[in-house]
Every structure is written in C-alpha cells, then in structure tokens.
Design a protein. Structure first.
Length: 81
C-alpha cells in the first residue's frame, strides 16, 4: 500500500520580501560609510592643533639698580600691659 502526502503549495507570507529590505539597508549603510570616509578622512588629516591667540600681559616691574638696606640699631622695647 502506498502513502500519498498532499502538501499545499508554499504561500509567501505578508512582510516576507525575500531579503530585499536587508539588501537595501546594507547598501544604504555601505554608501553612508563610504561618504563618511570620503569626507571624514581628509577633514581629520587637515585638522591641526587648536591655535588660540592670547596676547601676553604687558606688566612692567621697575627694579632699582641698588637698594639701601643699612639700618640703625635701636634699644629694644618691652611690651606694656
């Protein structure tokens, strides 16, 4: 005796597009990375250190050539309460 199995034909379910959504997403990602590298690498290469132009303070200190430090001794004083 023979067994006959009747399987219905496969039906494509809603939302199953055969991977085209994945393919489109992968292509968009590859294009985005390509554009980022195309413009990003030269921009990073041309970046230099940050240059801030801060003027030096104009402080002038006058120092005399010689200073007289001679003192005359005085009698010690006692503190009063």
């Amino acid at each position: 005796m023979e067994n006959v199995v009747n399987n219905p034909a496969p039906v494509q379910e809603k939302g199953d597009e055969g991977g085209t959504g994945f393919l489109i997403g992968a292509l968009i990602l590859i294009i985005f990375v390509g554009v980022l590298l195309y413009f990003g690498i030269p921009a990073i290469k041309n970046m230099g250190p940050l240059q801030v132009n801060v003027p030096a303070p104009e402080v002038k200190v006058v120092v005399p050539d010689n200073v007289n430090v001679t003192t005359t001794p005085t009698a010690p004083t006692t503190p009063t309460e």
